[in-house]
Design a protein around this ligand. Structure first.
Ligand SMILES: *[C@@H]1O[C@H](CO)[C@@H](O)[C@H](O)[C@H]1NC(C)=O
Ligand SMILES: *[C@@H]1O[C@H](CO)[C@@H](O)[C@H](O)[C@H]1NC(C)=O
Ligand SMILES: *[C@@H]1O[C@H](CO)[C@@H](O)[C@H](O)[C@H]1NC(C)=O
Ligand SMILES: *[C@@H]1O[C@H](CO)[C@@H](O)[C@H](O)[C@H]1NC(C)=O
Length: 405
């Protein structure tokens, strides 16, 4: 695994958010000493550009590398390949944990008895938001362990012996990263060297679910498990970019709106929005005497870095603002999050064209989240965001993983 470096992003989750990434984890909250915050390192996989985190599972414990997927429905793991654990227990159908997992199906399995193959189990449809494949699997419980933190350093290890997850077959792993940023589960403070409590720099915007699921397999009436925010307009260097505002909210089929994705490496914009944003960006960069150079796939708009200044927050390029729900609140995307260095001397605008008719008009991708602090607070349905931490003279990899204990 790569160690954490500049390519890290920081995502904090309040305790209830565990219910979303790892859909069912109430027993963490029920422990006698409730750990306030849990923490895990996150790294970027160089080949797939996905964000990977690490927790421990099973008896005896083995480390698991997990792809961080904000839109993921369950924690799911490959049970076909050498799943060995004395504490694996299938979840029975029609049991309380099964209804917690929002499943009402009963599964049987006709190959040999093993983890992932049991009778009368609570059925699951594990879903890879990366490849948009879904399959059937069984819900199960096993021991999971993860580190707690006081916000500054890692503390004691917290163990949940009945953590519910989904056992999936190997093929679902196709397209996922094999292979560190930081994830926190819980409320702040979140302290990054040099002693910055970055939780104090958060601005809040409402977080909502799409009334129509965006998963590859879902039942009628299911809401999305992905997080949406209300982008009202887009500005480049403070100039309003003309966009069809209908595309910025959902229609009755759940098409449209803006979501946050850790599995898309770069922000994807619906074609007409992409055209309009890039046109304004190119015009504004020309006004700043920034020299355009040939495209480098997958990017269309590339520039010579010699024609820009470099600043603490990346290259001096036009600022892209996502103007949110509340008119004067904006998520600012500065050079460090908009420009991707594709080779020596060439920086490209890290946005891609969502050709065709994408379900979601704006998908904010991983590169645009790097070194940003995001706090998903599901209890109050709001997203806290910081814009670039580089402006605060810190970065996500500055979390001190040295234990006090
Ligand atoms: C499940 O039950 C069926 C029918 O009784 C049986 O053929 C099969 O072997 C059982 N599967 C397991 C994993 O025990
Ligand atoms: C705006 O987008 C909506 C949804 O795709 C479309 O129905 C409408 O025709 C568009 N309006 C214009 C002026 O292009
Ligand atoms: C861009 O270049 C022109 C011509 O050299 C100059 O007049 C102008 O001040 C420059 N603009 C900026 C923003 O540097
Ligand atoms: C990290 O935390 C450990 C334990 O509290 C402490 O000894 C060490 O000085 C810290 N390192 C930095 C760079 O702050």
């Amino acid at each position: 695994m790569a160690s954490s470096d500049a390519q890290s992003s920081l995502i904090f989750f309040t305790t209830s958010t565990l219910l979303i990434i790892f859909l069912i984890a109430p027993s963490f909250a029920q422990q006698s000493f409730p750990p306030k915050v849990l923490v895990a390192p996150v790294s970027k996989d160089a080949s797939t550009l996905q964000y990977v985190t690490r927790i421990s599972q099973r008896t005896p414990l083995v480390p698991l590398n997990l792809v961080l997927d904000l839109g993921g429905q369950y924690l799911w793991v490959d049970c076909d390949q050498s799943y060995v654990s004395s504490t694996y227990r299938p979840v029975r159908c029609r049991s309380a944990p099964c209804s917690l997992a929002r499943s009402n199906s009963c599964g049987d399995c006709f190959s040999g008895l093993r983890p992932g193959c049991n009778n009368n189990t609570c059925g699951a449809i594990p879903d890879s938001t990366v490849t948009e494949m879904a399959t059937s699997g069984e819900h199960a419980e096993d021991v999971v362990s993860i580190q707690s933190t006081d916000g500054s350093n890692p503390g004691r290890i917290v163990t949940d012996s009945t953590f519910i997850f989904t056992c999936a077959p190997t093929f679902l792993l196709k397209g996922l990263a094999s292979g560190v940023s930081v994830v926190f589960f819980g409320e702040g403070p979140y302290i990054l060297a040099p002693d910055r409590d970055v939780s104090k720099s958060l601005i809040y915007t409402p977080l909502f679910l799409n009334p129509v699921s965006t998963a590859s397999a879902f039942a009628l009436g299911d809401t999305s498990l992905e997080y949406f925010i209300g982008v009202k307009s887009i500005k480049v260097n403070d100039r309003v970019v003309p966009v069809n505002t209908t595309l910025l909210s959902f229609d009755s089929k759940g098409v449209g709106g803006t979501k946050i994705s850790t599995v898309n490496p770069y922000t994807v914009l619906e074609s007409s929005i992409y055209k309009s944003v890039t046109e304004t960006f190119v015009k504004e960069s020309a006004a700043m005497n920034i020299t355009r150079v040939a495209s480098v796939t997958p990017f269309e708009f590339c520039f010579s870095s010699k024609s820009m200044y470099s600043t603490r927050v990346g290259a001096s390029v036009p600022t892209i603002d996502l103007v949110l729900q509340n008119g004067n609140m904006r998520w600012s995307i500065l050079g460090s999050n908009s420009m991707v260095q594709v080779r020596e001397g060439v920086l490209c605008l890290g946005f891609v064209n969502g050709c065709g008719k994408p379900r979601t008009s704006i998908v904010i991708g991983g590169y645009q989240l790097e070194n940003n602090l995001l706090q998903f607070d599901l209890a109050t349905s709001r997203l806290g965001f910081s814009s670039s931490l580089l402006a605060l003279q810190t970065r996500c990899s500055n979390f001190n993983f040295t234990s006090n204990a």
